[in-house]
Design a protein around this ligand. Structure first.
Ligand code: DAH
Length: 350
């Protein structure tokens, strides 16, 4: 019996040494230590032993069992260690490899100018308003004191959808919409950036679609000097703190009096050059005191309140600020153009 046990132990240890995976190990455990395994069988055979032998053999069986159990546990630990090492080797990362560069986009120069203008006007207490690009003739013209057959409608050849509906030719209809929305309350103090459409032939300075920023202020006692101060502040924050502006008389049906506003040429600083046609000044927007008819149609009493309005072309401002010579660059989305705005900072550091 003793020698059978020794043989069994030897055989088990030899096979254990040959085991290479968890499944073989499990089979071996069952074969020797399981309920129907070889050790159990020996225990069962103990009935035939003498009373003196039984405790001795019993002890020996237990000893062999615990030796085998320990050996199997060791083997299991060794197998787990090996498989972990194999996995680590297979999944090894070289953290010193350089990363793949991400192509980062950049803000479009028009969006950038709009954002800067919004910043400036928000700082002056304005709100940002919006209006539809597909607009009623009523708001685009009528409510702005531009009746049917008015010559101003010729100046702005328009994309009509029906007789009464068109693509807005200016952001000024938002003035009328805002006045109605405010229902006679003051103050009204909004800007409205947005796209506008005209039947122009595209060239270096014209586009059938472009961007404007409208401004409108209505309150008691608003004067021309408020318009001038607001626009001077805007010009200095947008183009540099020493900027000067110049107001020239002009005409718009929805303002009276009307002006065109120039800034000093940002290229020559007023000396006179090709860009400013040797005048030293460059026009950037139209403006004026809101026409009493426009206030009236908007539900305000022109004897109680007054206001100013302005409208500027965003492309023009972006072209001046960034020295862009062709308006079409804004719309063709050539990355060689757009990439140049990665690090562009404005004159104000915005
Ligand atoms: N809407 C005018 C245009 O498109 C620009 C303009 C001029 C807007 C004077 C105004 C203004 O609000 O007061 O040419």
């Amino acid at each position: 019996m003793q020698s059978r046990l020794q043989e069994l132990k030897q055989a088990a240890l030899t096979r254990l040494a040959e085991v290479t995976d968890a499944q073989q190990l499990q089979e071996l455990r069952v074969k020797y230590l399981g309920k129907k395994g070889e050790l159990t069988e020996i225990l069962r055979g103990m009935g035939s032993l003498s009373a003196a032998e039984r405790p001795l053999i019993g002890q020996l069986v237990n000893q062999v069992r615990s030796e085998l159990e320990a050996a199997i546990a060791d083997k299991q630990a060794a197998l787990e260690q090996a498989s972990l090492a194999a996995r680590l080797a297979a999944e090894a990362l070289d953290v010193t490899l350089p990363g793949r560069p991400l192509a980062r986009g950049t803000m479009h120069p028009l969006s950038r100018v709009i954002e800067q203008a919004e910043d400036i006007f928000l700082g002056l207490g304005f709100e940002v308003a919006e209006g539809p690009e597909v607009e009623l003739d009523h708001f685009n013209f009528e409510m702005l004191n531009i009746p049917k057959n008015h010559p101003a409608r010729d100046m702005q050849d328009s994309f009509y959808i029906t007789e009464e509906i068109l693509l807005r030719t200016q952001t000024s209809p938002v003035q009328a919409r805002t006045l109605l929305r405010k229902e006679g309350k003051t103050p009204v103090k909004i800007i409205c950036p947005g796209k506008v459409y005209r039947r122009d032939d595209d060239d270096a300075t014209h586009s059938h679609q472009f961007t404007q920023i409208e401004g409108l202020v209505v309150d008691k006692g608003i004067r021309m000097s408020d318009l001038k101060g607001t626009l001077l502040t805007f010009a200095r924050q947008m183009f540099g703190e020493h900027q000067q502006i110049r107001l020239r008389p002009s005409f718009f049906p929805f303002t009276e009096p009307s002006v065109e506003v120039d800034i000093q040429c940002i290229l020559c600083g007023g000396e006179g050059c090709r860009i400013c046609k040797h005048t030293g000044w460059i026009e950037i927007l139209g403006a004026g005191m809101v026409h009493p008819r426009v206030l009236e149609m908007g539900g305000y009493n022109p004897r109680e309140v007054s206001g100013f309005a302005f409208g500027m072309g965003v492309e023009r401002i972006a072209m001046l600020r960034y020295g862009i010579e062709d308006i079409r660059h804004f719309y063709t989305n050539d990355v060689r153009f757009l990439r140049q705005f990665h690090r562009v900072q404005g004159g104000t550091g915005r």
